[in-house]
Design a protein around this ligand. Structure first.
Ligand code: DQA
Length: 142
């Protein structure tokens, strides 16, 4: 069974409670359950951390494992600041799709740059939680 890792960065554990006008009112756990039912032919794994190093460790752990078809990465604010996460994405073999729930280009200028995009196979921005589903769908069809 193909495996896909969904990797969420800082503050995304607060989805549902955090700025719902930007990020919506659904928590990620219930959304992840609905993804599991929808993609019963895939083995979906979810990992969230508020710590930069833990995100990098997870990328290293899954990034050379051929069982993983892809990684769906929302690195939160580290997207805009972390050369280290960008380097990890560049260094691994498993393809990464970068997802952002909000349209970062319609927000403050400091959210317009990503250290990840240059090494991602694609980027999905501003489509809410649906972006994760679209990214999983992309890997499913590979
Ligand atoms: C985010 C956008 C980032 O700018 C922000 O720091 C987040 C969430 C998004 O999913 O829209 O934490 O990655």
């Amino acid at each position: 069974m193909k495996k896909i890792l969904i990797l969420n960065g800082p503050n995304l554990n607060l989805l549902g409670k955090r700025e719902p006008e930007i990020y919506g009112s659904e928590g990620f756990e219930s959304y992840f359950e609905s993804m599991n039912s929808k993609f019963s032919d895939l083995s979906l794994e979810y990992f969230q951390s508020n710590h930069e190093g833990a995100i990098i460790d997870k990328l290293h752990e899954c990034g050379f494992d051929e069982l993983y078809q892809g990684i769906v990465l929302n690195a939160g604010a580290y997207t805009h600041t972390s050369i280290a996460i960008g380097d990890a994405v560049a260094g691994i073999s498993t393809p990464v799709v970068e997802v952002h729930i909000s349209n970062v280009f319609a927000r403050a200028a400091y959210r317009h740059h990503s250290y990840i995009s240059v090494n991602a196979v694609g980027v999905i921005v501003g489509l809410g939680l649906k972006g994760y589903e679209l990214a999983i769908n992309f890997f499913e069809k590979q």
